[in-house]
Design a protein around this ligand. Structure first.
Ligand code: AHR
Length: 685
């Protein structure tokens, strides 16, 4: 069966299920305060009471609770996090000159031909033969980059190429960085060419900043050259690693202080068909030998005008780099591997049950790659890439967003084999694409029977659904598998709509639900927003946590919600009783709170979402505390309108503001701003 975009939309774009307000939470003595936006705007200010029982600590919060979900969607890797500036550097795109154009200056004559005889390597066999008959004023080619190349004044750029002469060698290869308005911003020359493939390098500084530069590669003199892996990187990358990652984007990730990083997806794990599934073994070792494939998001939403025909996976950001990134930013690695099922929104191709062995072996080998001694077959490969120490992998995902008996049958086989060899590694399974319905109802009991460790739930739903489901986990079985809220994002219009916005309304709705994750930290062990990032000129899916262009990146209001929860995680949940005036709408409890304690700093952390348009005056009591305050730290994320968003030009329009609060005691008053998420940190003994 071939994929039909409609099938995805049918599943994703159906109306939201009716709001599901759970019964009063006796477990945490939480009483919802339902405040209506419209009523609150006109009615007298309500007073609510928050009683926090500091003397009755509840569940321990997983130190890795708040994480990130990286998927190579929206130019997330090539053109995004991976700092390579040249697109189609190895001429492997099906149209091998996509991204390149010929340069033929006055008096020049020559040809560009893509060949594959006697290649640099078998994985990426194509290369370019440049034949210059008459040099004239220059013959060569130009690369457009990923929607242009972002370059900065004064920064050094490192060019490299594999080259060999094919007959008479020309005098030189001149590389020029050229601005959108045709100014040469920097240049360098490579002059030595032998008959064998050899990597040549050259560096230059950019004389001006330009977001849409291009790279010209011009042959000087007549002759014939073979070229492959034509590459340009900024010298300044994350941790200054050559051929590394964009420092500004990684910094945004690091600033989240994520407890874990899930990678590499997402549907990208599954592929349209099994042949183009993500295969981690093809993503390690020398970058030139990592076989390029088409990105499954290349054509996924083409019919909706979001096609990106130039979207491929070079795997320059591969599994070694993912593990390294996790280590850099202090996140537990959570790789997700294919379980013998292609995307069920696409072909639904299945690997027969009796042929799953290579898929299972991929998981076993990955564990050895990450954790095995350097004497092991895969551990030695990790060491050869510069990391003899293990990466300490403790989690692995079996399949991405699968469903039906086909998934359960496959999961059971994976679990049996993996648990037999690696009982120390926790397995992530999933409950399908929806947070309720047939698929979900089928999967959960089966996974319970199989004693799954963590079940990944996904919710792409409207903001009201998030408010209404803030107490979703209050009634979950405390003894069964744990929940990984692995993909969620409030959708301002509808799932997969290109009009969805990353606005404050959605961010606060997510925060409301996250208070429920925290209150139920014994059940919800991990959570991550999805997707993580998008290029403003090349996205397929919205909303996203981070947006970037070729030079800049910013966090959305949703990003700051994630950051506030992650940076104020706490170690143990404290029961919180919330009582007060209820101003109507039963179905939209837009005032939500949670409390926890940070053992190290001896602070009580209270997180409160006021999604209404009115300030809410509250009385806070810290029960069982001898001494509190006298000062507290208060951080507020708020905006003038629920439609407020951040942008490249106003990256912090909606951003947290921290101040100090005086006269705090074991009982004190605080007024929660309209449209806000507030985090109070109160020193308490
Ligand atoms: O986050 C975007 C997509 O949504 C993911 O790839 C997939 O797992 C889910 O369907």
């Amino acid at each position: 069966m071939s994929f039909c975009e409609g099938s995805w939309l049918k599943i994703f774009a159906r109306p939201a299920p009716p709001d599901n307000i759970p019964a009063m939470n006796t477990r945490f003595l939480t009483i919802l305060v339902a405040l209506s936006v419209s009523a609150a705007a006109t009615a007298a200010e309500p007073t609510v009471s928050l009683k926090i029982s500091a003397n009755q600590p509840g569940a321990k919060i997983n130190p890795a609770m708040w994480g990130i979900f990286f998927e190579d969607i929206n130019f997330g890797a090539d053109g995004g996090l991976y700092a390579e500036l040249v697109k189609n550097r190895s001429f492997e795109f099906p149209n091998p000159l996509m991204g390149w154009s010929q340069i033929k200056n006055p008096g020049a004559a020559g040809s560009l031909t893509v060949l594959d005889q006697n290649p640099l390597n078998a994985a990426n066999p194509h290369y370019l033969r440049v034949k210059v008959d008459t040099a004239g004023e220059g013959f060569g080619l130009s690369n457009e980059g990923f929607r242009g190349m972002g370059v900065r004044k004064g920064e050094t750029y490192n060019f490299s190429v594999y080259a060999r002469s094919a007959g008479d060698a020309p005098k030189a290869l001149r590389v020029e960085l050229v601005s959108a308005d045709d100014r040469v911003l920097g240049s360098a020359k490579v002059t030595k060419f032998g008959p064998e493939w050899k990597k040549e390098t050259a560096s230059f500084k950019a004389s001006a900043t330009n977001p849409k530069a291009r790279l010209n590669v011009i042959v000087e003199g007549a002759g014939m050259l073979d070229l492959d892996m034509i590459s340009l990187f900024p010298q300044h990358t994350w941790k200054e690693r050559p051929g590394g990652l964009r420092a500004d984007v990684v910094q945004l990730l690091a600033d989240l202080k994520p407890g874990f990083m899930r990678f590499p997806g997402g549907c990208i794990v599954e592929g349209h068909w099994l042949t183009n599934r993500y295969q981690w073994k093809n993503t390690i070792g020398d970058v030139a030998g990592r076989r390029l494939i088409m990105n499954r998001w290349n054509d996924e939403f083409a019919k909706r005008g979001r096609g990106t025909p130039d979207y491929f996976q070079s795997f320059g950001l591969g599994f070694f780099e993912f593990f390294q990134l996790c280590e850099d930013i202090g996140a537990e690695p959570l790789p997700i591997l294919n379980c013998g099922m292609a995307c069920q929104f696409n072909s639904s191709e299945l690997c027969p049950l009796d042929q799953l062995e290579p898929f299972i072996q991929d998981d076993l080998d990955l564990i050895e790659f990450a954790n095995g001694p350097v004497s092991s077959a895969w551990g030695v490969k990790r060491a050869a890439m510069g990391h003899p120490q293990p990466f300490n992998l403790k989690l692995i995902g079996v399949g991405n967003e699968q469903w039906g008996p086909q998934f359960i049958e496959r999961y059971a086989k994976f679990a049996k084999a993996l648990k037999a060899k690696h009982p120390e590694v926790q397995l992530v399974s999933d409950a399908g694409p929806d947070p309720s319905g047939d698929k979900f109802d089928f999967l959960w009991p089966k996974l319970r029977e199989l004693k799954a460790d963590l079940v990944d739930e996904h919710f792409y739903r409207p903001p009201d659904w998030f408010y209404a489901n803030a107490n979703r986990y209050d009634k979950y079985d405390r003894n069964g598998p744990k929940v990984f809220a692995g993909e969620y994002a409030a959708q301002s219009v509808e799932t997969v709509s290109a009009d969805n916005r990353n606005n404050l309304e959605c961010a606060l709705a997510e925060a409301a639900m996250m208070t429920g994750f925290e209150r139920n930290a014994d059940v919800v062990r991990m959570a991550s927003y999805a997707p993580l990032s998008a290029h403003v000129d090349a996205w397929q899916w919205t909303p996203n946590l981070i947006w970037f262009d070729n030079l800049r990146a910013f966090g959305t209001p949703n990003y700051y919600v994630q950051q506030l929860f992650s940076r104020n995680r706490g170690d143990v949940v404290l029961p919180l009783e919330l009582t007060g005036a209820t101003l109507a709408t039963k179905n939209q409890p837009r005032f939500q709170a949670t409390a926890c304690r940070d053992e190290k700093s001896s602070e009580i952390i209270v997180k409160v979402v006021n999604g209404t348009a009115a300030p809410v005056e509250a009385n806070l009591q810290l029960i069982g505390v001898r001494k509190a305050g006298p000062k507290a730290t208060v951080t507020v994320l708020a905006g003038a309108s629920l439609n407020d968003e951040n942008s490249l030009d106003q990256p912090r329009k909606v951003a947290p503001v921290t101040s100090s609060l005086d006269r705090v005691d074991t009982e004190f008053k605080y007024t929660f701003q309209p449209r806000s998420l507030t985090v109070l940190r109160v020193p308490a003994k």
